[in-house]
Design a protein. Structure first.
Ligand SMILES: Cc1ncc(COP(=O)(O)O)c(C=O)c1O
Length: 349
Protein backbone atom coordinates (compact mmCIF):
# COMPACT_ATOMS: atom_id res chain seq x y z
CA UNK A 1 0.00 0.00 0.00
CA UNK A 2 1.32 3.45 -0.89
CA UNK A 3 1.66 5.99 1.92
CA UNK A 4 -1.09 8.63 1.76
CA UNK A 5 0.16 11.96 0.45
CA UNK A 6 -0.76 14.52 3.10
CA UNK A 7 -0.02 18.15 2.36
CA UNK A 8 -0.24 18.84 6.11
CA UNK A 9 1.29 15.85 7.84
CA UNK A 10 0.97 15.87 11.64
CA UNK A 11 1.44 12.09 12.04
CA UNK A 12 4.99 12.49 13.37
CA UNK A 13 8.00 14.79 13.35
CA UNK A 14 9.84 12.02 11.48
CA UNK A 15 8.07 12.80 8.18
CA UNK A 16 10.15 15.87 7.27
CA UNK A 17 12.08 16.01 3.99
CA UNK A 18 15.60 17.47 3.97
CA UNK A 19 15.68 21.13 2.99
CA UNK A 20 17.66 22.20 -0.12
CA UNK A 21 20.36 23.61 2.20
CA UNK A 22 20.59 20.31 4.07
CA UNK A 23 20.83 18.40 0.78
CA UNK A 24 23.60 20.75 -0.35
CA UNK A 25 25.51 20.08 2.87
CA UNK A 26 25.09 16.32 2.33
CA UNK A 27 26.26 16.59 -1.24
CA UNK A 28 29.37 18.50 -0.25
CA UNK A 29 30.38 16.21 2.64
CA UNK A 30 33.84 14.63 2.61
CA UNK A 31 33.39 10.91 3.29
CA UNK A 32 35.43 7.80 3.99
CA UNK A 33 34.60 4.32 5.24
CA UNK A 34 33.25 4.69 8.75
CA UNK A 35 33.52 0.98 9.57
CA UNK A 36 37.23 1.30 8.83
CA UNK A 37 37.21 4.42 11.01
CA UNK A 38 38.09 7.06 8.44
CA UNK A 39 34.93 9.00 7.60
CA UNK A 40 35.77 12.59 8.62
CA UNK A 41 32.16 13.85 8.59
CA UNK A 42 30.96 11.07 10.90
CA UNK A 43 33.90 11.75 13.20
CA UNK A 44 33.07 15.45 13.25
CA UNK A 45 29.41 14.78 14.10
CA UNK A 46 30.33 12.33 16.88
CA UNK A 47 32.91 14.71 18.38
CA UNK A 48 30.68 17.78 18.12
CA UNK A 49 27.68 16.06 19.70
CA UNK A 50 29.76 14.59 22.54
CA UNK A 51 31.41 17.96 23.15
CA UNK A 52 28.06 19.72 23.35
CA UNK A 53 27.04 17.37 26.17
CA UNK A 54 30.46 17.51 27.84
CA UNK A 55 30.93 13.78 27.25
CA UNK A 56 34.00 11.95 25.92
CA UNK A 57 32.76 10.39 22.72
CA UNK A 58 29.84 9.66 20.39
CA UNK A 59 28.70 6.89 18.07
CA UNK A 60 26.63 7.54 14.93
CA UNK A 61 23.91 4.94 14.33
CA UNK A 62 21.08 4.50 11.83
CA UNK A 63 18.25 4.97 14.33
CA UNK A 64 17.18 5.90 17.84
CA UNK A 65 16.04 2.35 18.36
CA UNK A 66 19.57 1.18 17.70
CA UNK A 67 21.23 3.73 20.01
CA UNK A 68 18.83 2.75 22.83
CA UNK A 69 19.30 -0.96 22.21
CA UNK A 70 23.08 -0.66 22.10
CA UNK A 71 23.14 1.33 25.36
CA UNK A 72 20.94 -1.24 27.10
CA UNK A 73 23.13 -4.05 25.79
CA UNK A 74 26.31 -2.43 27.12
CA UNK A 75 24.84 -1.53 30.53
CA UNK A 76 23.28 -4.94 31.31
CA UNK A 77 23.77 -8.72 31.24
CA UNK A 78 21.14 -11.35 30.32
CA UNK A 79 18.80 -11.96 33.25
CA UNK A 80 19.03 -8.37 34.52
CA UNK A 81 16.12 -6.01 34.92
CA UNK A 82 15.76 -2.36 33.91
CA UNK A 83 13.32 0.25 35.19
CA UNK A 84 11.50 2.65 32.85
CA UNK A 85 8.18 4.43 32.46
CA UNK A 86 5.21 2.33 31.30
CA UNK A 87 5.05 4.82 28.39
CA UNK A 88 8.72 4.43 27.40
CA UNK A 89 9.65 3.89 23.77
CA UNK A 90 12.09 1.12 24.79
CA UNK A 91 9.14 -0.71 26.39
CA UNK A 92 6.38 -0.07 23.85
CA UNK A 93 7.90 0.47 20.44
CA UNK A 94 11.23 -1.29 20.00
CA UNK A 95 9.88 -4.66 18.92
CA UNK A 96 10.70 -6.44 22.17
CA UNK A 97 14.34 -5.55 21.51
CA UNK A 98 15.24 -5.34 25.20
CA UNK A 99 14.35 -9.03 25.61
CA UNK A 100 15.51 -10.12 22.16
CA UNK A 101 18.84 -8.30 21.98
CA UNK A 102 19.89 -8.28 25.62
CA UNK A 103 17.85 -10.96 27.48
CA UNK A 104 16.76 -8.26 29.92
CA UNK A 105 13.32 -7.84 31.50
CA UNK A 106 11.54 -4.58 32.17
CA UNK A 107 9.85 -3.26 35.32
CA UNK A 108 7.73 -0.21 34.69
CA UNK A 109 7.15 2.66 37.10
CA UNK A 110 5.93 6.23 36.72
CA UNK A 111 2.96 8.41 35.86
CA UNK A 112 0.71 8.99 32.83
CA UNK A 113 3.03 11.69 31.46
CA UNK A 114 6.25 9.65 31.30
CA UNK A 115 7.71 10.97 34.56
CA UNK A 116 9.59 8.58 36.87
CA UNK A 117 10.15 9.88 40.41
CA UNK A 118 12.77 8.79 42.96
CA UNK A 119 9.96 7.01 44.87
CA UNK A 120 8.92 5.18 41.69
CA UNK A 121 12.48 3.94 41.25
CA UNK A 122 12.86 2.93 44.91
CA UNK A 123 9.55 1.06 44.72
CA UNK A 124 10.63 -0.82 41.58
CA UNK A 125 14.11 -1.79 42.77
CA UNK A 126 14.72 -5.50 43.22
CA UNK A 127 16.71 -6.47 46.32
CA UNK A 128 20.23 -7.34 45.12
CA UNK A 129 20.66 -10.06 47.75
CA UNK A 130 17.45 -11.93 46.85
CA UNK A 131 18.27 -14.87 44.58
CA UNK A 132 14.63 -15.04 43.44
CA UNK A 133 14.73 -11.59 41.87
CA UNK A 134 16.24 -10.39 38.61
CA UNK A 135 18.92 -7.87 39.60
CA UNK A 136 18.05 -4.28 38.72
CA UNK A 137 20.90 -2.89 36.65
CA UNK A 138 19.68 0.15 34.77
CA UNK A 139 17.22 3.06 34.84
CA UNK A 140 16.08 4.46 31.48
CA UNK A 141 14.38 7.87 31.31
CA UNK A 142 12.86 9.48 28.20
CA UNK A 143 12.94 13.26 27.72
CA UNK A 144 10.76 14.50 26.21
CA UNK A 145 8.30 11.66 26.78
CA UNK A 146 6.68 10.84 23.45
CA UNK A 147 3.64 8.88 24.68
CA UNK A 148 3.40 11.22 27.68
CA UNK A 149 2.54 14.06 25.27
CA UNK A 150 5.97 15.66 24.76
CA UNK A 151 6.43 16.13 28.52
CA UNK A 152 9.66 17.71 29.71
CA UNK A 153 10.94 15.87 32.78
CA UNK A 154 12.96 18.84 34.08
CA UNK A 155 16.54 18.74 35.37
CA UNK A 156 15.60 18.83 39.06
CA UNK A 157 13.47 15.69 38.76
CA UNK A 158 16.13 13.98 36.64
CA UNK A 159 18.83 14.84 39.17
CA UNK A 160 16.73 13.33 41.95
CA UNK A 161 16.11 10.14 39.92
CA UNK A 162 19.81 9.96 39.05
CA UNK A 163 20.75 10.17 42.73
CA UNK A 164 18.68 7.05 43.46
CA UNK A 165 20.30 5.27 40.52
CA UNK A 166 23.78 6.17 41.82
CA UNK A 167 22.99 5.15 45.42
CA UNK A 168 22.02 1.75 44.09
CA UNK A 169 24.92 1.38 41.61
CA UNK A 170 22.53 1.42 38.66
CA UNK A 171 23.47 2.66 35.22
CA UNK A 172 21.46 5.68 34.04
CA UNK A 173 20.50 6.02 30.36
CA UNK A 174 18.48 8.76 28.68
CA UNK A 175 16.39 8.19 25.58
CA UNK A 176 16.82 11.74 24.34
CA UNK A 177 15.20 11.24 20.94
CA UNK A 178 13.60 14.66 21.52
CA UNK A 179 15.95 16.03 24.16
CA UNK A 180 16.52 18.99 21.81
CA UNK A 181 12.88 20.00 22.34
CA UNK A 182 13.28 19.84 26.13
CA UNK A 183 16.52 21.84 26.02
CA UNK A 184 14.85 24.59 24.01
CA UNK A 185 11.64 24.58 26.05
CA UNK A 186 13.29 24.53 29.48
CA UNK A 187 16.37 26.56 28.46
CA UNK A 188 18.56 23.83 29.94
CA UNK A 189 22.23 23.18 29.30
CA UNK A 190 23.29 20.00 27.49
CA UNK A 191 26.35 19.75 29.78
CA UNK A 192 24.05 19.28 32.78
CA UNK A 193 22.57 16.27 31.03
CA UNK A 194 26.04 14.95 30.19
CA UNK A 195 27.03 15.15 33.84
CA UNK A 196 23.96 13.20 35.04
CA UNK A 197 23.71 10.28 32.63
CA UNK A 198 26.05 7.42 31.74
CA UNK A 199 24.69 7.46 28.20
CA UNK A 200 22.34 9.57 26.10
CA UNK A 201 20.68 8.70 22.80
CA UNK A 202 20.02 11.75 20.59
CA UNK A 203 17.98 11.65 17.39
CA UNK A 204 18.50 13.91 14.40
CA UNK A 205 15.61 12.48 12.37
CA UNK A 206 12.77 13.81 14.59
CA UNK A 207 12.29 17.55 15.16
CA UNK A 208 15.73 18.39 13.78
CA UNK A 209 14.67 17.20 10.35
CA UNK A 210 17.58 15.02 9.19
CA UNK A 211 16.52 12.04 7.07
CA UNK A 212 18.36 9.44 9.16
CA UNK A 213 20.50 9.09 12.23
CA UNK A 214 21.08 9.14 15.96
CA UNK A 215 24.18 9.61 18.10
CA UNK A 216 24.86 7.78 21.34
CA UNK A 217 27.14 9.69 23.72
CA UNK A 218 29.01 8.46 26.79
CA UNK A 219 32.48 7.99 28.22
CA UNK A 220 35.32 6.62 26.12
CA UNK A 221 35.15 3.08 27.46
CA UNK A 222 31.36 2.92 27.04
CA UNK A 223 31.53 4.13 23.43
CA UNK A 224 34.30 1.64 22.63
CA UNK A 225 32.05 -1.19 23.83
CA UNK A 226 29.08 0.37 22.03
CA UNK A 227 31.04 0.40 18.76
CA UNK A 228 31.49 -3.36 18.96
CA UNK A 229 27.78 -3.88 19.66
CA UNK A 230 26.83 -1.58 16.77
CA UNK A 231 28.82 -3.86 14.44
CA UNK A 232 27.17 -6.92 15.97
CA UNK A 233 23.71 -5.40 15.42
CA UNK A 234 24.57 -4.66 11.79
CA UNK A 235 24.65 -0.89 12.27
CA UNK A 236 28.13 -0.17 10.86
CA UNK A 237 27.70 2.09 7.82
CA UNK A 238 30.33 2.87 5.20
CA UNK A 239 30.12 6.32 3.47
CA UNK A 240 27.88 7.45 6.31
CA UNK A 241 29.33 10.96 6.14
CA UNK A 242 26.57 11.94 3.71
CA UNK A 243 24.04 11.19 6.44
CA UNK A 244 26.17 12.67 9.22
CA UNK A 245 26.36 15.90 7.19
CA UNK A 246 22.57 16.22 7.40
CA UNK A 247 22.73 15.76 11.17
CA UNK A 248 25.54 18.34 11.46
CA UNK A 249 23.49 20.80 9.41
CA UNK A 250 20.50 20.16 11.70
CA UNK A 251 22.62 20.65 14.82
CA UNK A 252 23.80 24.03 13.56
CA UNK A 253 20.53 25.31 12.06
CA UNK A 254 17.44 23.50 13.33
CA UNK A 255 17.63 23.51 17.13
CA UNK A 256 16.49 27.01 18.08
CA UNK A 257 13.60 26.93 15.58
CA UNK A 258 11.96 24.14 17.62
CA UNK A 259 10.25 26.88 19.65
CA UNK A 260 8.10 27.55 16.53
CA UNK A 261 6.93 23.93 16.65
CA UNK A 262 6.12 24.32 20.35
CA UNK A 263 4.09 27.47 19.73
CA UNK A 264 2.11 25.74 16.98
CA UNK A 265 1.44 22.69 19.17
CA UNK A 266 0.07 24.88 21.93
CA UNK A 267 -2.18 26.65 19.39
CA UNK A 268 -3.62 23.23 18.46
CA UNK A 269 -4.08 22.40 22.15
CA UNK A 270 -6.02 25.65 22.74
CA UNK A 271 -8.28 24.86 19.80
CA UNK A 272 -8.92 21.29 20.93
CA UNK A 273 -9.94 22.47 24.39
CA UNK A 274 -12.94 24.28 22.88
CA UNK A 275 -14.32 21.18 21.19
CA UNK A 276 -17.14 19.46 23.09
CA UNK A 277 -16.17 16.00 21.85
CA UNK A 278 -12.57 16.25 23.13
CA UNK A 279 -12.54 15.13 26.76
CA UNK A 280 -8.84 15.37 27.55
CA UNK A 281 -5.68 16.83 26.10
CA UNK A 282 -2.34 15.95 27.73
CA UNK A 283 -0.70 19.27 28.75
CA UNK A 284 1.36 20.46 25.78
CA UNK A 285 4.89 21.61 26.49
CA UNK A 286 6.74 20.87 23.27
CA UNK A 287 5.70 19.58 19.82
CA UNK A 288 3.37 16.66 20.65
CA UNK A 289 -0.39 16.98 21.15
CA UNK A 290 -2.17 13.89 22.49
CA UNK A 291 -5.91 14.10 23.01
CA UNK A 292 -8.88 11.88 23.80
CA UNK A 293 -12.32 11.78 22.18
CA UNK A 294 -15.53 11.44 24.17
CA UNK A 295 -16.93 7.94 24.67
CA UNK A 296 -18.79 6.82 21.60
CA UNK A 297 -16.60 8.85 19.19
CA UNK A 298 -14.24 7.01 16.89
CA UNK A 299 -10.64 8.15 16.41
CA UNK A 300 -10.51 6.56 12.96
CA UNK A 301 -13.55 8.51 11.84
CA UNK A 302 -11.80 11.77 12.74
CA UNK A 303 -8.62 10.55 11.08
CA UNK A 304 -10.51 9.81 7.83
CA UNK A 305 -12.35 13.16 7.97
CA UNK A 306 -8.99 14.96 8.12
CA UNK A 307 -7.32 12.66 5.58
CA UNK A 308 -10.02 13.61 3.05
CA UNK A 309 -8.66 17.19 3.35
CA UNK A 310 -5.04 16.06 2.96
CA UNK A 311 -4.30 16.33 6.69
CA UNK A 312 -2.58 13.46 8.50
CA UNK A 313 -2.77 12.71 12.23
CA UNK A 314 -2.21 9.44 14.14
CA UNK A 315 -4.87 7.39 15.91
CA UNK A 316 -3.18 5.77 18.92
CA UNK A 317 -6.22 3.61 19.70
CA UNK A 318 -10.03 3.88 19.40
CA UNK A 319 -10.16 7.16 21.40
CA UNK A 320 -6.70 8.72 21.61
CA UNK A 321 -5.06 10.67 18.77
CA UNK A 322 -1.73 12.37 18.32
CA UNK A 323 -0.68 15.41 16.26
CA UNK A 324 2.99 16.40 16.07
CA UNK A 325 4.41 19.69 14.79
CA UNK A 326 7.68 19.99 12.87
CA UNK A 327 9.31 22.22 10.27
CA UNK A 328 7.21 20.92 7.39
CA UNK A 329 3.94 22.11 8.99
CA UNK A 330 3.76 25.88 9.00
CA UNK A 331 1.02 28.22 10.23
CA UNK A 332 -1.33 27.57 7.30
CA UNK A 333 -1.17 23.82 7.99
CA UNK A 334 -2.08 24.46 11.64
CA UNK A 335 -4.98 26.68 10.51
CA UNK A 336 -6.16 23.91 8.16
CA UNK A 337 -5.93 21.31 10.95
CA UNK A 338 -8.00 23.52 13.29
CA UNK A 339 -10.56 24.17 10.50
CA UNK A 340 -10.72 20.43 9.80
CA UNK A 341 -11.23 19.66 13.50
CA UNK A 342 -13.87 22.39 13.71
CA UNK A 343 -15.84 20.92 10.80
CA UNK A 344 -15.96 17.41 12.29
CA UNK A 345 -19.20 16.11 13.71
CA UNK A 346 -18.78 12.72 15.32
CA UNK A 347 -21.31 9.94 14.70
CA UNK A 348 -21.51 8.76 18.25
CA UNK A 349 -21.97 5.01 18.55
C1 LIG B 1 11.20 8.63 22.36
C2 LIG B 1 11.70 7.85 21.19
N1 LIG B 1 12.78 7.09 21.34
C3 LIG B 1 13.29 6.38 20.32
C4 LIG B 1 12.70 6.40 19.08
C5 LIG B 1 13.26 5.55 17.98
O1 LIG B 1 13.77 6.25 16.93
P1 LIG B 1 13.92 5.58 15.48
O2 LIG B 1 12.60 5.69 14.83
O3 LIG B 1 14.99 6.42 14.86
O4 LIG B 1 14.35 4.18 15.69
C6 LIG B 1 11.55 7.18 18.88
C7 LIG B 1 10.88 7.21 17.56
O5 LIG B 1 9.94 7.92 17.32
C8 LIG B 1 11.03 7.91 19.97
O6 LIG B 1 9.92 8.65 19.85
Amino acid sequence: MNAPAFWADFRSDTVTRPTPQMLAAMNAAPVGDDVLGDDPTVQLLEAKTAERFGMDAGLFCPSGTMTNQIAINVHTRPGDELICSPLAHVYNYEGGGVAFNSGVQIRVAGDAYGRVSPEDIRGALQPQDNVHAAPTRLVVLENTSNKGGGTCLGLAAIRAAGAVARENQLAFHLDGARLWNALVHDRESPEDYGSLFDSISLCFSKGLGAPVGSVLVGNRDFIQQARRIRKRFGGGMRQAGYLAAAALYALDHHVERLSDDHRRASQIESFLKQLPWVTECKPVATNIVIFRLADGCDARQLQSHLAAQGIGISAMDARWLRAVTHYDVEDRAVDALCAGLGSFSPNRA
